[in-house]
Design a protein around this ligand. Structure first.
Ligand SMILES: Nc1ncnc2c1ncn2[C@@H]1O[C@H](COP(=O)(O)OP(=O)(O)OP(=O)(O)O)[C@@H](O)[C@H]1O
Ligand SMILES: [Mg+2]
Length: 319
């Protein structure tokens, strides 16, 4: 199964003084199981692009095929659109602004109810989704969303999407506006959702260091076009071109480059964890008589939302 995007263009406010050509012939294939990162300068077309993938924006030209649901311009097919919304779950930037029901349970239930599922199934999904995002169902179900902290609200909003059990989960700037602790919670949650809920995940982020934490492939948007579509370890070899469009390479890549200039070759390094492993391996090679432990990683990578609440398919705590 694939998402295939062919020659998609999109113009805002066409034939007005505010006309803006936001997508210019975008071609992209996303495979089932991809953990795709999308980066790009502000205004490069990232959000406009992803809004096409669940039919929020009507196609103006080109073709999109999402797991065999075909979208073409001027096609009005409500059942396709409904299927598409059930297939692709979209978490917008600041999704907590869209919470509107008077209890957490009702808010999370909104999507699955709209899918026409029976009450029992809706309840099961709501319970599981709330557990998956690291919240205690009994503790939060009757609370008003506005009573919760910023990070908790965001997790409730994400629960509302995953309760629809989408095959593809798209998150637009999921950590925007959160403090470092809140960011860690959301990043570890995204990795968990990929494993336990939606096998294909697409994340838009401004932060390349964040993207290196999970993506296996990165697409770079620039001026409404796909500038790069590469595996992560290959992308950051293009540091100068990325810099020219206002993008930085990750910290670990920069540190490895500085070490390389000083004669210390560490191989392919993208994330901080890669860097840590490469340094330990290089050290052990040099000090064979006294090697240090190789199974090291930054604690942030082992981070668990709410101090280790990992849920099973049924929503029960594993620990
Ligand atoms: N509703 C709109 N009306 C007119 N132009 C718009 C509208 N929304 C976006 N644009 C323009 O389309 C272009 C692409 O916008 P888009 O929001 O897709 O970029 P982005 O890459 O998501 O940016 P950011 O990183 O800031 O979120 C920008 O030039 C933007 O100004
Ligand atoms: Mg955007």
């Amino acid at each position: 199964m694939q998402i295939v995007v062919k020659d998609v263009n999109y113009v805002y406010s066409a034939h007005t003084p505010f006309e803006r050509h936001a997508l210019k012939g975008v071609n992209l294939t996303i495979n089932e199981g991809d953990f795709l990162g999308i980066i790009g300068h502000t205004g490069s077309g990232k959000s406009t692009f992803i809004m096409h993938l669940n039919g929020l924006f009507k196609l103006q030209s080109g073709e999109i095929d999402v797991f065999d649901i075909k979208l073409v311009p001027d096609k009005k097919n409500k059942s396709d659109l409904r299927r598409l919304r059930g297939t692709v779950g979209m978490v917008f930037q600041y999704p907590e602004y869209q919470l509107f029901e008077d209890t957490v349970e009702k808010d999370v239930a909104f999507g699955p109810k709209n899918m026409g599922l029976d009450d029992e199934e809706v309840k099961k999904r709501v319970k599981r989704a709330i557990g998956l995002v690291g919240l205690d169902y009994d503790d939060v179900k009757d609370r008003a969303p506005f009573e919760l902290s910023g990070g908790q609200k965001r997790r409730v909003a994400i629960a509302g999407i995953i309760a629809m059990q989408p095959k593809v989960l798209i998150l637009d700037e999921p950590t925007a506006g959160l403090d470092p602790y809140g960011k860690e919670q959301i990043l570890s949650l995204i990795t968990r959702l990929k494993q336990e809920c939606s096998p294909t995940v697409i994340v838009i982020s401004h932060d390349v260091d964040e993207i290196t934490r999970f993506a296996n492939r990165i697409v770079v948007f620039n001026d409404g076009k796909v500038m790069f579509d590469l595996p992560m370890n290959e992308l950051f070899r293009h540091a100068d071109e990325l810099h020219a469009v206002g993008l930085e390479v990750p910290k670990a890549v920069r540190i490895a480059q500085k070490l390389r200039e000083r004669g210390i070759e560490l191989g392919d390094v993208v994330s901080l964890n890669d860097l840590l492993h490469a340094i330990v391996t290089a050290y052990n090679k040099k000090h064979m008589d006294e090697p240090v432990k190789t199974d090291v990683s930054f604690s942030a990578f082992d981070f668990d939302a709410d101090g280790g609440h990992v849920c099973t398919q049924s929503g029960e705590d594993k620990r």
